[in-house]
Design a protein around this ligand. Structure first.
Ligand code: PAF
Length: 280
């Protein structure tokens, strides 16, 4: 696998591929690649000619009290995974390459970024949108792959592309789970053994809410209550939010309908986990 650190090289490679008639696929990541990323890359590999991944821990999307300094980094392992998944090109910019100075122009996401995650991570989605916009401009027209686990991020990126006329086609990749239901996340590595045993309650809670809806419950608050009650059985898990929301705007619905997202965030000690299920 070819790794490049320069924006110019990245842009040249994707431009040449498009000129040669190859479809470009792009999976932006922050590294610490796990089986979830692997599934996304494998999905992309089947669909495109030139497959590009990026690895960049973007400081703009971390709050001052978040885990930027300790975010897991293992470039050799990540490049090995990219090679195994058939990635053609990995963009690995330094912080100086991406942000030689703090960007004086940034994207500002509206109401969508103020809800759920936005309440706990002010400025997070502005940082995500700003870096994704820059990466999209460097890669150019492509199919761009994002995990459904970060459902609100996916909604923000879709909204950005629609509102600002980006040429990228956004492809959502299903969440990959451990056998006990825990959604794969780079942050799972921080869980103690006890926290790891407790963490799958989040997925069980979402499943309980989904089951209530499938059994006919249409009151959003009642669906949420079923799920919250389950989370509360696990003292190691401190619930931050558990909410049923519309998939585009993340607003609360009047009635529980197919396509809506049941989303949860919780902290287990210093580790913050999120997960979601779509009503279907
Ligand atoms: O989902 C992530 O890993 C990041 O938020 C992204 C999309 C790579 C932007 O830094």
């Amino acid at each position: 696998v070819r790794a490049v650190a320069s924006s110019a090289e990245l842009a040249a490679a994707t431009t040449a591929a498009r000129k040669a008639g190859r479809l470009v696929g792009f999976h932006p990541t922050m590294g610490a690649l796990h089986a979830g990323h692997r599934a996304n890359l494998a999905h992309a590999r089947r669909e495109v000619g030139l497959l590009v991944a990026s690895i960049f821990v973007n400081p703009l999307q971390f709050g001052p009290r978040e885990d930027l300094a300790t975010y897991p980094r293992d470039l050799d392992a990540d490049l090995g995974i990219c090679a195994a998944e058939g990635v053609d090109l990995v963009f690995v910019p330094s912080e100086r390459e991406m942000w030689p100075r703090p960007p004086g122009v940034r994207l500002c996401v509206g109401d969508l970024a103020q809800r759920l995650e936005g309440v706990y991570r002010p400025g997070h989605f502005d940082g995500v949108a700003t870096v994704v916009a820059k990466l999209f401009n460097l890669v150019g027209p492509c199919r761009a792959y994002f995990g459904e686990k970060d459902a609100q991020q996916l909604a923000v990126v879709r909204r950005m592309v629609a509102d600002l006329g980006f040429p990228q086609v956004i492809v959502a990749c299903p969440t990959v789970r451990e056998p006990d239901g825990l959604a794969l996340s780079s942050r799972n590595a921080y869980l103690s053994a006890g926290q790891r045993r407790a963490a799958p309650v989040l997925h069980r809670a979402l499943e309980a809410g989904l089951t209530a809806w499938r059994d006919g419950e249409r009151d959003p608050a009642a669906v949420e209550r079923v799920a919250v009650k389950l989370v509360e059985t696990e003292p190691a898990v401190e619930l931050q939010y558990l909410a049923l929301v519309e998939p585009d705007g993340f607003t609360p619905p009047a009635t529980a309908e197919a396509g809506q997202v049941l989303a949860v965030a919780a902290s287990l000690g210093a580790v913050r986990l999120i997960d979601n299920l779509v009503l279907r």
